[in-house]
Design a protein around this ligand. Structure first.
Ligand code: PLP
Length: 376
């Protein structure tokens, strides 16, 4: 039986093994584990690739979001609007600073935060909007920025799944006041451990974030605010510097694979495919479909040797941890409906056309098989 993994990080390592091994050896030879030249070099290179002056390497993508909220002085009594379907970090960090998460619904076709619903949820104590470019699809960020200007609200763009995605040729992560990235190993640009970054054009926010991430100190032993310890380490920075050379070509492979899936699955009535926003460059961190009989399909594919995942099985307002923040008369309806139908198919640059066709054919077989059973 063929086995197709959901992600295969080892395959990617083998394709750049020599460069990675050399980069890791160099960090060890220099003992540049914390801060040091590899981190500086990566921060400069990453900032330059976005045309932004300030990049702060941090411990992970969740810390990046938390630090962004802290830098904006968001705390108890404040509300922050984010999206109902996302990784838990989106809601968790808002609670961590003592503020209240408010969940906006998603758009039925693009499956990202719905701008109209953001506006419906703005109150006197709303202090920021935190959209997520989920799956690698650009959120409706131009309209979000218009809304933010109308209400004078800062925007934190969560780009954890959307490295180098674009809307109308502009990189996501360059629209808002602060943008945050994760380099979790399976992210489009992934380290070999935890890592994250914050980008901002605003010098004073950048300085605040550097201080907060460094125990609240700009100079050693001069702790001005209660901060935290969150840093990108040298080994991760060195790995990321190697991978930065390949990210464009890997992104193009993801887009190509998505095209093959879409072509193969578009006529199946049991499946709803995610549309790509007009003018958007979707970088397919995840290829998520909506599938009838999702759990049965998932089990069937598992049996065929195909690993799948769900992004995400429980929407944030439905999670035990955040239920207390949700007004029942304003439940995000699309997000609630979709959580039982999402299915994410294998997606990584090293996937082969043959594997994608095998996956698509297995999905067709599942639905044709069940149709035959119904007819009998
Ligand atoms: C991965 C991810 C994060 C968190 O990143 P970590 O590096 O795992 O802390 C935040 N938001 C979204 C949307 C993510 O996918």
């Amino acid at each position: 039986m063929k086995v197709v993994k959901f992600v295969d990080l080892y395959k990617q390592y083998l394709s750049i093994k020599e460069e990675i091994d050399d980069a890791i050896s160099a960090v060890i030879a220099d003992s540049a584990y914390i801060k040091g030249k590899y981190v500086d070099e990566f921060e400069s290179a990453f900032a330059a690739s976005y045309g932004v002056d300030n990049c702060i390497g941090v411990g992970n993508g969740t810390d990046a979001l938390y630090l962004a909220l802290r830098a904006l002085d968001i705390g108890p009594g404040d509300e922050v609007i984010t999206v109902a379907n996302s990784w838990v970090s989106s809601a968790e960090v808002i609670c961590q600073v003592g503020a209240t998460p408010i969940f906006a619904d998603i758009e039925p076709d693009f499956m990202n935060i719905d701008v109209t619903d953001i506006e419906a949820r703005i109150t006197d104590v709303t202090r920021a909007i935190m959209p997520v470019h989920l799956y690698g699809q650009p959120a409706d960020i131009e309209r979000i920025m218009e809304l933010a200007r109308k209400y004078s609200l800062p925007v934190i763009e969560d780009c954890a799944q959307a490295h180098y995605a674009r809307l109308n040729d502009k990189l996501v992560g360059t629209f808002g006041d602060i943008s945050t990235f994760s380099f979790y190993p399976s992210k489009n640009l992934g380290a070999y451990g935890d890592g994250g970054a914050v980008l901002t054009r605003d010098e004073s926010l950048a300085r605040k974030i550097r201080i907060l991430a460094n125990h609240g100190a700009e100079k050693k032993h001069d702790h001005r605010v209660p901060g935290m310890n969150s840093r990108l380490d040298g080994l991760q920075a060195a790995v990321l510097l190697v991978k930065l050379k390949y990210i464009d070509q890997w992104t193009e492979m993801r887009i190509k694979h998505a095209g093959i899936y879409t072509e193969a699955l578009k006529d199946l009535h049991a499946i709803k495919l995610q549309k790509v926003r007009p003018g958007g460059k979707h970088v397919f961190h995840v290829y998520s479909i909506l599938a009838d009989d999702r759990d049965l399909l998932k089990a069937f594919l598992e049996n065929e040797g195909i690993e799948t995942a769900i992004h995400y099985p429980i929407s944030l307002p439905r999670m035990e941890a955040f239920r207390m923040y949700v007004q029942t008369d304003m439940t995000p309806l699309v997000a609630t409906d979709y959580q039982n139908r999402y299915l994410s198919l294998p997606m990584y640059p090293e996937l082969t056309d043959g594997e994608i066709k095998y996956i698509a054919n297995s999905i067709k077989e599942f639905y044709q098989g069940s149709k035959t059973r119904e007819n009998n």
